[in-house]
Design a protein around this ligand. Sequence first.
Ligand SMILES: NC(=O)c1ccc[n+]([C@@H]2O[C@H](COP(=O)([O-])OP(=O)(O)OC[C@H]3O[C@@H](n4cnc5c(N)ncnc54)[C@H](OP(=O)(O)O)[C@@H]3O)[C@@H](O)[C@H]2O)c1
Length: 342
Amino acid sequence: MSQKALFLKSKQATFELGSKEIPKPGPGEVLVKNYAAALNPVDWKIQAYGLFLDESRYPVVLGSDTAGVVEEVGAGVARVSKGDRVTARGTFLTNNQAGFQQYTLTNSNFVAKLPDTITFDEAASLPVGVDTASIGLFGPKDGNLTFPDKLDTYKGQTIFILGGSSSVGHYTVQAARLAGFSTIITTSSLAHENNLKSLGATHVIDRHGSPDQIVARVKAITSDPIRIVYDAISEDDTQKTAWAVLAPGGHLVLTLPPSVRTATGDTRTLKSVHGSPFNPVNAEFCKRWWEKLPEWLAEGKIKPNKVDVLPGGLEGVSAGVERFKASKVSGVKLIVRPFEGP
Ligand SMILES: NC(=O)c1ccc[n+]([C@@H]2O[C@H](COP(=O)([O-])OP(=O)(O)OC[C@H]3O[C@@H](n4cnc5c(N)ncnc54)[C@H](OP(=O)(O)O)[C@@H]3O)[C@@H](O)[C@H]2O)c1
């Protein structure tokens, strides 16, 4: 049986609709029928600049975020069954596991059942954002904060999150609330203030201005030491702001490579997160996180991003990539529906 899939046939080619076999799940794997798939900045960076994948990997299928219905499970899978509504983490590292196609094969540890209140379009916004937020804060090789299944672990403490309106930032704010931080300060365009406060931010400060101006806005809120800063944007200026706010002994989480320089004797640490559960160093942590995710979704403790559905089925990815290029993605996740379109 074949399915529709969206290919990049060579580096920096344009996307082309094609067909490919529907894979069978092996032991521990799940095959998901994708009713929605989300775009990520990495998809346009690969398409536009040819990053991350060798020539030998092409033709390639991109996309890492999916949601739909479990079509088939492999031997030993207990977490989900055929017919369950789920969100599932994919990866562009192997074509069968990628998201821009009608069926995605994934590891059953990175699949979560959905409550009826969450649509497939919304659910497709979850995997990459949730993984990048949670690994960065709680991953043992990253922020190493205590897993947020106990109340009030970080009561009385402050976290600073740059870029609350980004997809990763949106989930980082919620993860910080789960961890019990009393003060959650985030930068954003102020149009997103109410939404961010509903997710747990206690203070939303305007993201526009120089690093010095943004640091001053944070200092006007608190003089407490801030020992954990998450920079969801990680451009040069946001990294400067983040580093200037971070207290001695603190840790800075970045989503892109570091541009700040650490001085000898500085007790602060920084690390660029690799937001993938398929990286073996993250696998155990992500297994535990994804096991809790259905409960947090059902309780409304983790809410999906707002979404913008692109017309044209899988071919809508091309228009989405243009929006990333033009920086016209603000406070939403871009979604395509693989069973719509030509
Ligand atoms: N390391 C990893 O594993 C990993 C995983 C996922 C993502 N990433 C990277 O993380 C970054 C964020 O990804 P994403 O999917 O969350 O992006 P996104 O949702 O597409 O980000 C768009 C949002 O970022 C906001 N923004 C832009 N510049 C800002 C600034 N200087 N300060 C505060 N907010 C700003 C925009 O706000 P306005 O509305 O005000 O314009 C917009 O709402 C990307 O560079 C992505 O490649 C890395």
